[in-house]
Design a protein around this ligand. Sequence first.
Ligand SMILES: *Cc1c(COP(=O)(O)O)cnc(C)c1O
Length: 368
Amino acid sequence: MFMLADAPSSAFAFEPSDSPIPAAERSRQLANPGFGRVFTDHMALIRFSRDKGWHDARITARRPLQMEAASSVLHYAQEIFEGMKAYSRPDGGVSLFRPDANARRFNQSARRMAMPDLPEELFLESIRALVRSEKDWIPDGDEGALYLRPFMFSSEVFLGVKPADEYLYAVIASSVGPYFRGEAPAISLWVTRDYIRAAPGGTGAAKCGGNYAASLVAQAEAIRNGCDQVVFLDAIERRWIEELGGMNIFFVFDDGSLQTPPLGGTILAGITRDSIIRLARDMGVTVREEPYSIEQWQADATSGRLTEAFACGTAAVVTAIGSVRGADGGFTIGGQSTGPLTQRLRNALVDIQRGRAPDPHGWVEQVA
Ligand SMILES: *Cc1c(COP(=O)(O)O)cnc(C)c1O
């Protein structure tokens, strides 16, 4: 069925763009890329059909995708994605961080959405091949990276409700700088009481576009209330902290310990989250994966028992949380800036990702 699985790089035909962006224009775009606005010349594509399996793998010019108005993704939203970064190394090479974890999670998301597995080696080869062809698009600077966005959607032309028989997998690449570009040293969170992100048995642990679609009204509410991001509470008791719309969350206590909500089907298992837990334990920090309520958070921040909090994910890396607000008031955290353990963990992670520190866990794969 998965005919491309055993034939990695050669499986990707390379069709160079006949109108790549000239080097001078590329440099201009890379000077201040922002996040998710600058796209490179090529993309990876692989098609799937029930009878042919995965086929037609290519690195090709980035261009609009043609689709029928009746393509099932436009109606029933069978769509999943991943997010990862390629980094320039001090030695001039390019590396990926734990790409095998993204490949595994992609298939976990696929299964939840009744989509076909993509062989992990094919996922990895699509990323490596695209990074090699687009490596000139990595911005210089401490926070610059090539953000890779693998995604898959149902492309069958059919309005019946069932798992589709045809899919398109694609990877696009975007030159990025920092995710949060505000001047503030820490972000503010809005506690929404009206909306939830995920419920038991739902899709909260899958990286699917639908979760994001459902979170946008709460995100708009946060912005209206002068906050940067939403923090979602559990669906049942509406008191246990889960995560932000696209980032996991950690709490730091005055005894030096670290806590994060446990995975349990409603929280996305972040690769950054997992890496932070391991790096903290390497440092001798006690880490608890235990539920934490919004009331307790407020009490601990007020008493000083909680000294720091941060959000983390591939896009935002590690970002301090300075204040939390909801309909009935709010509270601030520590000095509303990046606290010492937050900074230490951020540095430890980024130094490994960027090839500036040894890689004791074997997380880094050099691709160019
Ligand atoms: C992608 C994502 C994260 C972060 O995952 P990383 O693997 O660390 O990038 C956290 N929460 C949600 C909802 C996400 O979609």
